[in-house]
Design a protein around this ligand. Structure first.
Ligand code: HEM
Length: 288
């Protein structure tokens, strides 16, 4: 059995940095990623680094797992990149130190496309004030949702979707709390999910709590808020045992499925950046 990267499930750390890179020098890509993995081991007392690869780079490095670059029929900007570095650290100082060391290493072969300085907000809330992640599967079910099962290409790894969403909090906060709750399908203060009769079909949970061919479309979400007073939002991060499940959920949110209902959340937040990645298991990283 292969071992997943521990950062996927490790929720100890509140200070986080996400770095996205485009490959510039493909001859140096492998040795640069190996240097990043060495650095990951050096900093393991104060930080956990998770690495994931875009489809083109992973094809070059491994060739065993095929998956698609991000696309949603042009509905949201597709900004597929090649390398994702996710630093979770004990405090902001360590997050900075580790992210900077990772950046200096990675820059030998890659150009940075995006940097997100993220933080856990209050009691695991999104900046809208709603608890985010509470509906995640728990224990074995989390692993089943997040990891490619044994016997399949990429077993022990995980398909990842990341999206930078920019919130319009001013518009959202104009709604009375009862309407804000209708946007999400949960209560705001104590995060209780609406029952079936009360759940609006266009609410966020109404769009994303769904079965496909009898299979619940569960994913493992690790989204984190980012930003300051002028621009702020959520860096959506989700791990999944199959890429198509992530696409299925996005299609339901953006009215690209049969019932053509758009998630009301998209009136108040907009994705400006999206990529798919594969986060290989430790054995695949060690074999590089
Ligand atoms: C601005 C972006 C987003 C925000 C602020 C957000 C926030 C939330 C909140 C507050 C909940 C309810 C609490 C919970 O279950 O954790 C939730 C549930 C969920 N969200 Fe999102 N979300 C965002 C984007 C997305 C995207 C892009 C997807 C899928 C591709 C997604 C998938 C889900 C799923 C699967 C659930 C759980 C549904 C269930 O109860 O089974 N979310 N989200």
């Amino acid at each position: 059995m292969s071992s997943f990267q521990p950062g996927i499930f490790d929720k100890r750390f509140r200070d986080q940095v996400f770095l996205e890179y485009l490959m510039e020098d493909s001859d140096k890509a492998r040795q640069t990623v190996k240097a990043l993995l060495t650095l990951r081991a050096q900093y393991q007392d104060n930080a956990v680094i998770t690495v994931a690869f875009g489809p083109a780079l992973w094809r070059q490095l491994d060739g065993q797992v095929d998956f698609e670059a991000f696309s949603l029929d042009g509905r949201v900007p597709a900004t597929q990149a090649d390398l994702l570095v996710w630093v979770q650290a004990a405090d902001r100082s360590h997050a900075f130190d580790v992210a900077r060391a990772a950046h200096l290493t990675v820059s030998q072969a890659f150009r940075q496309q995006l940097e997100i300085d993220a933080f856990v907000y209050h009691d695991l809330r999104d900046l809208t004030g709603f608890v985010d992640g509470i509906g995640n599967p728990v224990g074995d079910k989390a692993r089943l949702a997040a990891l490619v099962p044994d016997g399949q290409p990429g077993a022990g790894g995980s398909f990842v979707l990341t999206q930078k969403w920019v919130h319009n909090l001013a518009a959202f906060e104009q709604l009375p709390v009862s309407e804000q709750e209708n946007v999400f399908g949960r209560t705001k203060a104590d995060a209780v999910e609406f029952d079936e009769e009360r759940m609006p079909n266009d609410s966020h949970v109404g769009r994303t709590d769904v079965d496909r061919d009898g299979v619940p479309q569960k994913i493992w979400r690790r989204s984190v808020p980012y930003g300051g007073t002028l621009e702020h939002g959520s860096y959506f991060v989700a791990f999944c045992c199959e890429q198509s499940r992530l696409d299925y959920l996005l299609r339901r949110m953006f009215a690209l499925n049969d019932d053509k209902v758009q998630d009301r959340l998209t009136q108040f937040s907009t994705p400006v950046n999206s990529s798919y990645w594969y986060a290989p298991p430790e054995e695949a990283l060690a074999a590089m």
